[in-house]
Design a binder for this molecule. Structure first.
Ligand code: ROI
Length: 171
């Protein structure tokens, strides 16, 4: 089976967000039939949605996987659960959010999964890390991430220094 390049968005605003993201990247790298190609820098971002919650830390990971999109989604949800994610409030605080942003050049519209991610084009905290990973990246419809980033409302992204990211033991 051939491997597919996929891009995962990572976000957290609870319980040491940078460590949550670093731990999630380690778990992604350890998935079966999957290789971590690269991880983006992390960014601090103002919350989209309710403002009475802490700032987020956001980033993205580039994987190459032989898992199907739904198999990968299962794995992402398992990692979210392992990080104590609870869905309490819609658009509220979260310990770890893993979004399947792009799965190769596929467009997927099913009950469980929409790819490319529905909000991708509107969120600088998603587009900027993708741009860092692969400046030439484009959506299945041909729009480039670079074009979308220019058209996207600015949410005051602040690139975090790598030393601000504490290591996090996987497992
Ligand atoms: N806002 C920011 N800045 N980053 C996120 O990852 C994020 N995730 C969400 C909501 C609550 C919509 N807002 C966010 O799910």
């Amino acid at each position: 089976m051939t491997a597919t390049d996929v891009f995962i968005g990572l976000g957290s605003n609870q319980a040491d967000p940078s460590a949550q993201l670093a731990g999630a990247v380690a778990r992604l790298a350890a998935l079966s039939e999957t290789e971590l190609v690269a991880q983006s820098p992390f960014y601090r971002s103002k919350p989209v949605g309710p403002q009475d919650q802490p700032d987020f830390v956001n980033g993205a990971a580039w994987l190459r996987t032989e898992l199907s999109a739904l198999e990968l989604l299962d794995q992402l949800q398992a990692i979210e659960q392992a990080h104590g994610r609870e869905r309490i409030q819609h658009w509220g605080p979260r310990t770890l959010d893993l979004d399947l942003l792009l799965y190769g050049n596929e467009t997927i519209a099913s009950e469980r999964l929409t790819v490319p991610h529905a909000e991708l084009a509107n969120r600088d905290f998603v587009l900027q890390p993708l741009l860092d990973l692969e400046p030439g990246l484009a959506l299945p419809d041909g729009r480039t991430i670079a074009q979308l980033r220019q058209q996207c409302p600015d949410n005051n992204l602040q690139k975090l220094n790598p030393v601000e990211r504490a290591p996090f033991p996987p497992g």
